[in-house]
Design a protein around this ligand. Structure first.
Ligand code: NAD
Length: 270
């Protein structure tokens, strides 16, 4: 029998009405527009960040647009803090439908200058934090019968930074960062396989060049070097991550798990 669009739910594929979304690093450059896009599709977004002022500002921005948003504190360097943040969401809302991690940290030292403890500090937030966050969120999702976990990787978890683009000490793309991001891609595959039968989907969003600091944004030579590496000839706009997040959070991706969506203007294609 020919089904109508609505009988298959195809009319509401991207609808997030009633979904509870925990967005770690949600106060950041990519996290803020991503949070807004999710809320615009109907989600209640909980901005989890280490910077309470920035998290509050993001929530105020979303609320000023009549969107549902709130904050919860989290420090990805502390296992108990991640546990507490997830538990707070469960206590407040009784469920957690989507957990997104866009938090990352590095001391940004050059490889020669980075100590083992600085390397470990980066991995602790960017990789161990990602693992603990997904473990805690996944536990709730397994109990409730499903959910979607989305980790922010990086193209530098797939390819190395080109040293001709980065000129230390002004611009360093640190070694611990790429190692953590490569680890995230495998973490995603592992958890997707383990939790597939439990209806918990796990995927990665892999951004390419999205210069996010004033230093990066105001340096036209640096921007030019980045753009030269991109088949599309430009760096990304922060809003260009949001579509993938809405897709992976929603039923539009109901058969997608254990993979990554690369948003890099083609950087890794040549
Ligand atoms: N901007 C880019 O070009 C780019 C490229 C590839 C990947 N990414 C990844 O995308 C994600 C978001 O990047 P962004 O450009 O928005 O960065 P950002 O620095 O603007 O945002 C990161 C957010 O994470 C928060 N954070 C940092 N340490 C934390 C901790 N210990 N606990 C809790 N929160 C913490 C920060 O307060 C900040 O709000 C990151 O995972 C980043 O590695 C970004």
């Amino acid at each position: 029998m020919l089904k109508t669009l609505d009988s298959d739910g195809l009319g509401q594929l991207f609808d997030l009405t009633g979904r509870v979304v925990l967005m770690a690093g949600g106060a950041g450059y990519l996290g803020t527009p991503t949070s807004e896009a999710l809320a615009r599709h109907g989600a209640r977004v909980i901005i989890a960040d280490k910077r309470p002022d920035a998290a509050n500002a993001t929530v105020e921005l979303l609320r000023s647009r009549r969107l549902q948003a709130e904050t919860v504190f989290v420090d990805f360097g502390e296992e108990s803090s991640i546990h507490d943040a997830v538990e707070q969401v469960r206590t407040r809302h009784g469920r957690l439908d989507v957990a997104i991690n866009a938090a990352a940290y590095s001391t940004c030292k050059s490889m020669e200058q980075m100590t083992a403890s600085e390397w470990e500090a980066g991995l602790r937030v960017s990789l161990t934090g990602a693992f603990v966050f997904a473990r805690e969120a996944g536990r709730v999702m397994v109990e409730q019968g499903g959910g979607s976990i989305i980790q922010f990787g990086s193209m530098y978890g797939m390819v190395s930074p080109d040293p001709r683009v980065y000129e230390p000490p002004m611009f360093v793309n640190p070694v611990d960062y790429g190692a953590a991001k490569a680890g995230i891609l495998q973490l995603v595959r592992y958890q997707a396989v383990m939790w597939g039968p439990k209806k918990v989907r796990v995927n990665a969003i892999v951004p390419g060049p999205f210069p996010n600091s004033a230093k990066e944004m105001n340096d036209s030579a640096f921007q030019g070097r980045l753009a030269h590496k991109v088949p599309m000839g430009r760096v990304g706009k922060s809003s260009e991550i949001a579509g993938a997040a809405v897709f992976l959070a929603s039923d539009a991706s109901s058969y997608v798990t254990g993979t990554q969506i690369v948003i890099d203007g083609g950087w890794t294609a040549w």
